[in-house]
Structure formats: C-alpha cells, structure tokens
Design a protein around this ligand. Structure first.
Ligand SMILES: [Zn+2]
Ligand SMILES: [Zn+2]
Length: 308
C-alpha cells in the first residue's frame, strides 16, 4: 500500500520507451541515454549541486575532481553536471565530467611525458557521463608549479597537473618546454622523488643528482648543501648526471676547493632568484592511484631525510 503511494507521486515513464532506455544503461551508453531521456521526459531529470561519495559525509560538488571505476578501468574527471533521473519510480544519479588523461595516454605526444609520474593528470575538453555507482571517491589535483613555488604540503593520494591537454588539437595548453624542471639534470619535476634544496641558489636537486654519497644523504643535519652548479662554474646544459657515476663525487670534491672564487657571483645570483619559503626537502610519500582503488598495491613511501 505504502509502496504504491510513493510510485504514484512520480511521473510515469511510457512503457514502450522504457526498455530502450534500460538497454542504453545496460550498454553503458550514458551519453545517449541522458540526452534522449531528457528530450522525452525533461521533468524527470533534476539538476543537483552535489553528490555523496562512498566515504561517509563526503560530498562532491561541481568543479571538483573524482575517480570513477568503469569496466575495470579507473577514470579521472572534473565534475561538470550532476543529475538525478527518475525512471520507473526509481531515482538514479548520473555525473558528467571532463576527462583527465594520464601519462600512458599521452606518451606518444611528447618525449618528455616519460618523465611524468603515475600521479600526473591532464584535464581535457572531452566529457563523459558516469553512473553514480561508478563514483569511487573525491580526489585532490594540485598544480605542480604551485607545489614547487609555495611548498604546499600535499596529502597522500593526491594527483598533480602540469597542463591541460586539448584532444582536438593534440596540444598542451602550457608547452612541455615550459614545465618545471628545477634539478640540474633538467628532468621534469617529480613530486614523488626526494629533493634537497641548495643553500645558495635555492634550486631543488634530486638525491641522485646531489653528488652526495649515501652516508651523507642519510645524515644531513650537520651539512650545508650546495648543488654542482654553485660549487663550480658549471652551466646547466653541460651537466649530465647519471646514476652510479663515480665521477660526480670527484667533481664535487675538486670544485669545493674553488668555493671562495665563486662566492661573489653566487651572492648576486641569490639576490636575483626568488628564494623558496622554506628549506626543508620536498619529500612526498607517494600513494599511487592504485592505492585509491586497491589498498594492497600501495607503493612504499620514500625515506625521510632532513637537510636542516
Ligand atoms: Zn636531477
Ligand atoms: Zn645551487
């Protein structure tokens, strides 16, 4: 009796069109379903401002980012529209999002993409509808330049963006050549790696590119750190540091003798370059996408090393 009352309150869907809509949902053709359903029953489509995720009391609103699981694939999207659809007396939620692409989707677009991390996301203009049951969780996407410049502490499970990507023109909004590199090796900034800040030029240097032996890296409390550029006359383009290259250590030792000569030049450089707010190393314990979805496959966090 009570059930019948609830049903009567909601507008009825024409029985002939109903199987077609169900078929569209079964085939996961949500784009077609939403548009054709809206054309015939606009009164049954209600725009919503937010939706709850699986996490208790966690809301997702328009312009926020979310992870979806669809056909065993993880999708990332920026929410554009949330609708509640009443079909045959039942409510179903659908979310339209702008799709984020990942490293593996863009590897052929530019050589440098290989240096990106698994946590890099690139927002596109392409949209896709998701069923609310596919919504896995809210995610945080940080601008990598903001992290470097303002020393933002990011939470585990965070994602990073360097630029938006236009699928139609196959171009990045910010050219790859302008993406942050920081370290003397000129590889793209990788927030999952350990970095040391040079006490002179304030540049962030990879542990592997610091030229410091493991023993020193493990106990940096009593050391000042000067990068290879600051301890010598080396120019960025001349330095190519590879892992396990013993010569690096020799270069540091030799160039440290010349520190006095470079002092004047370094002081000037330091004034011109805007220093970072803090000198602590950027060390992020990385929790990959996998951890969001599958806790068992989480990566190990990097060891913490303090420079001060
Ligand atoms: Zn490096
Ligand atoms: Zn330096």
């Amino acid at each position: 009796m009570k059930k019948k009352e609830t049903k009567n309150k909601k507008p009825q869907i024409h029985k002939k069109t109903y199987p077609n809509f169900l078929k569209m949902i079964d085939e996961r053709n949500f784009d077609l379903f939403i548009s054709s359903f809206h054309d015939i029953h606009p009164q049954n489509v209600v725009q919503c401002g937010f939706i709850y995720t699986h996490k208790q009391n966690e809301k997702l609103s328009i312009d926020e980012d979310a992870a979806f699981v669809l056909d065993n694939k993880i999708w990332f999207a920026r929410i554009q529209e949330i609708v509640k659809i009443s079909i045959n007396g039942e409510d179903a939620g659908f979310i339209k999002g702008r799709i984020y692409l990942q490293k593996q989707d863009l590897i052929k677009v530019h050589e440098k993409i290989k240096e990106c991390t698994e946590d890099d996301l690139f927002l596109t203009e392409q949209t896709k509808w998701f069923f609310c049951k596919e919504l896995r969780k809210k995610i945080m996407v940080y601008n990598l330049n903001d992290i470097i410049q303002n020393n933002i502490d990011t939470k585990p499970g965070s994602f990073y963006t360097r630029s938006e990507f236009n699928i139609e023109s196959q171009k990045f909004q910010i050219p790859v050549e302008e993406w942050a590199t920081e370290c003397i090796c000129q590889k793209l900034f990788d927030n999952s790696l350990g970095y040391l800040q040079c006490d002179r030029c304030q540049r962030w240097i990879h542990y592997d590119c610091s030229g410091l032996p493991k023993e020193v890296l493990e106990n940096l409390d009593d050391h000042n750190f000067n990068c290879l550029i600051c301890v010598g006359e080396m120019r960025v383009e001349k330095i190519k540091i590879k892992q396990n290259d013993n010569k690096n250590q020799q270069i540091v030792v030799e160039l440290q003798k010349d520190n006095q000569i470079n002092e004047e030049k370094i002081k000037i450089e330091k004034q011109e370059r805007k220093p970072h707010q803090s000198k602590k190393p950027i060390i992020q314990s990385i929790h990959s996408n996998k951890q969001l979805i599958n806790e068992k496959n989480s990566k190990k966090p990097f060891p913490k090393i303090k420079s001060k």
